[in-house]
Design a protein. Structure first.
Length: 265
């Protein structure tokens, strides 16, 4: 497994601190056969935070991120979360933490998770709402709570908890921090095809100063934040007894015949 860089370790530590409610959800709902979709080495963190399980399977599409461990309870599978090879109803718990934004077909991934989840089992998602560019070019989306509600309904997953993490001010602090990573074209945070205007270089000292001041201010104001623009949503869902229906026309999954934009009569 390719080790994380110092920058990645620091960013993941910051994510785990800001999204610490995820670990409370894991301690509450994680059990039995666990599947971590796109988790890289999250298993190590989960164990130290009190996750309980019988067996843990990490599914990772990137071969350089395949977890290496001596724990006999852990299985590492190289595969695609949008087209899993596991049989239906294989897992009691599924984790999907900040992965949906990195796949081109996030709806398909949600439905695959619903397919492999056992009836009554739980899936725990951490879904970005205001994230900045990262892990480019494998960065595609942000998601509103309304998208989350609709995709879970269509996947026949019952929402147990939908909790915004952060808000307008904490998101602004995050964006101010990532400003520096993007300004210096840190790998995965920018793209050379994105051009810099001349005024960027002229105004950079003012921009950098503003960003530095904005980070602590945003974090302080975030203590009483507006939840309309959270950094992420923590989503805990429970599998129902029936399975989602596959549309024969498009290959997409729909629990009923309604599509976005259609009126219900």
């Amino acid at each position: 497994m390719e080790p994380k860089s110092l920058l990645h370790r620091l960013l993941y530590l910051a994510r785990d601190w800001r999204s610490r409610a995820v670990f409370r959800a894991i301690r509450e709902h994680c059990r039995g056969e666990v599947l971590d979709v796109g988790g890289w080495d999250f298993y190590v963190t989960a164990v130290t935070r009190g996750a309980r399980f019988d067996r843990w399977t990490t599914l990772e599409v990137d071969q350089s991120r395949l977890l290496v461990t001596d724990d006999p309870r852990v299985t590492v599978v190289h595969g695609d979360g949008c087209g899993m090879t596991f049989p239906d109803a294989s897992f009691d718990t599924v984790l999907n933490l900040q992965v949906l934004e990195h796949v081109f077909e996030p709806i398909r991934m949600v439905h695959e998770i619903a397919r492999v989840l056992r009836p009554g089992g739980h899936a725990i998602f951490l879904v970005p709402t205001t994230s900045t560019m990262h892990l480019a070019p494998h960065y595609h989306y942000n998601f509103s709570r309304f998208w989350i509600e609709e995709v879970m309904r269509r996947a026949n997953l019952e929402i147990v908890e939908l909790r915004p993490l952060g808000g307008v001010w904490s998101s602004s602090a995050s964006h101010a921090l990532f400003y520096f990573l993007q300004a210096f074209r840190t790998q995965g945070m920018s793209d050379r095809r994105i051009r810099r205007p001349f005024l960027f270089y002229l105004l950079f000292p003012v921009q950098a100063l503003w960003a530095l001041v904005s980070i602590p201010i945003g974090l302080v104001l975030g203590l009483g934040d507006l939840a309309e623009e959270p950094n992420n949503h923590l989503v805990v869902v429970r599998s129902r007894t029936s399975s989602p229906i596959r549309s024969t026309e498009s290959g997409d999954f729909f629990p009923d015949s309604r599509r976005i934009g259609e009126k219900v009569t």
